[in-house]
Design a binder for this molecule. Structure first.
Ligand code: F7E
Length: 331
């Protein structure tokens, strides 16, 4: 039975990845912080399933900035593969807490690389890198060779971590992979990211539970895919014969306004009646034209996104309608 260790297991990607790895017959170990509330987490069903929790799924308390706790988990889990997904991942927030963002996102990755090197059996290591490393890129679309030009503390800390993975791969032979993840969303997305915020608001307004939606820059554009597809890419990248970096993206750009239009159309409302701009949600700088070229992932891993932008936003909005109506939804 292969053994995997996931940091950030209670997040959107961690929960989808856990389901995928369990299906593939893995024993899955997850790192949780003392502050993570398990009952409200996206792992609720698996955690409360006696056939899963304690048999093929195990959770361990550790802090990424505390090497002692993490080393202990490494010893217990003895993983063949590590998926490093944890970190402070909100770009806007990274301007307000730059130092802790760099600590949790940048330094923590270096600390893990140092620790796994000491293991008798050095696990394969996946690092969830980000399109934010490209910031204001000189070329369009971006691929694995596009130079890094981050424009915010989050992007800079991810660029640092991405470089570290390459350095440990090239210098010490660690099987380290950077998955350069463009935006990926789902009904499990955190509520402070723009797609979930919009889909939830459209549903809440339709049900009479909210009056308006306040947003920042609605002309901002992103390359948005479905998280379920992206975690499959993470797993495939560690099964390949060589350690490589990969761009995971759809190759298509959409604006925040497109998200608004699709979500409000799903519930038959006119967004113009409800959406307002609010300075509080504007960022000091915005990255420009972040759109990925996933050709390498297709060529080497046979990876392709399977859900369209339109279907994803529609699904997210419909699920919010059910949730807000008090229905339990298995997403
Ligand atoms: O913003 C604009 C905002 O916060 C998307 C993370 O997973 O993907 C994510 O980062 C766009 C930006 O995601 C609001 O200014 C407008 O242009 O959903 P977001 P993000 O910043 O792209 C990358 C790849 C990561 O690696 C990150 O970890 O939407 N926007 N109005 C807004 N954004 C938010 N959050 N809230 C607004 O009201």
């Amino acid at each position: 039975m292969p053994r995997a260790l996931i940091t950030g297991i209670t997040g959107q990607d961690g929960s989808y990845l856990t389901e995928l790895l369990l299906e593939q017959g893995y024993q899955v170990h997850g790192v949780v912080r003392r502050t993570s509330s398990l009952d409200r987490s996206r792992l609720h069903d698996l955690y409360h399933d006696p056939n899963v929790y304690g048999k093929s799924l195990f959770l361990h308390y550790a802090e990424l900035d505390d090497a002692t706790t993490f080393r202990r988990v490494l010893g217990t889990a003895s993983p063949d593969e590590i998926y490093h997904l944890a970190g402070q991942s909100h770009v806007g927030l990274s301007f307000e807490i730059p130092e802790s963002t760099c600590k949790m996102t940048g330094m923590a990755t270096l600390r893990l690389l140092e620790m796994i090197q000491d293991q008798e059996k050095v696990p394969r290591f996946f690092h969830a890198a980000s399109s934010e490393i490209f910031g204001k890129p000189a070329e369009l679309p971006q691929n694995e060779k596009t130079p890094f030009k981050p424009v915010n503390p989050y992007g800079a800390s991810k660029a640092f971590a991405t470089n570290m993975v390459s350095i440990y791969r090239n210098t010490f032979g660690v099987f380290g992979v950077n998955g350069i993840m463009f935006n990926h969303e789902s009904p499990r997305r955190g509520e402070n990211f723009v797609t979930r915020k919009i889909c939830r608001a459209a549903a809440a307004i339709k049900l009479g539970k909210q009056n308006e939606l306040l947003l920042g820059d609605t002309s901002a554009k992103r390359d948005w895919g479905h998280a379920r597809d992206y975690v499959r890419g993470m797993w495939l990248s560690l099964q390949h014969t060589t350690a490589e970096d990969y761009v995971f993206a759809t190759g298509h750009l959409h604006s925040v306004q497109d998200v608004v239009d699709t979500a409000f159309k799903t519930v038959n409302l006119n967004p113009g009646d409800y959406v307002r701009q609010d300075q509080r949600f504007m960022r000091p700088t915005e990255p420009q034209r972040l759109v990925g070229d996933p050709t390498k992932a297709k060529r080497l891993l046979n990876w392709e996104p399977s859900t369209s932008f339109h279907d994803m936003i529609e699904e997210m909005t419909q699920i919010e309608m059910k949730r807000l109506d008090g229905e339990y939804v298995k997403d």
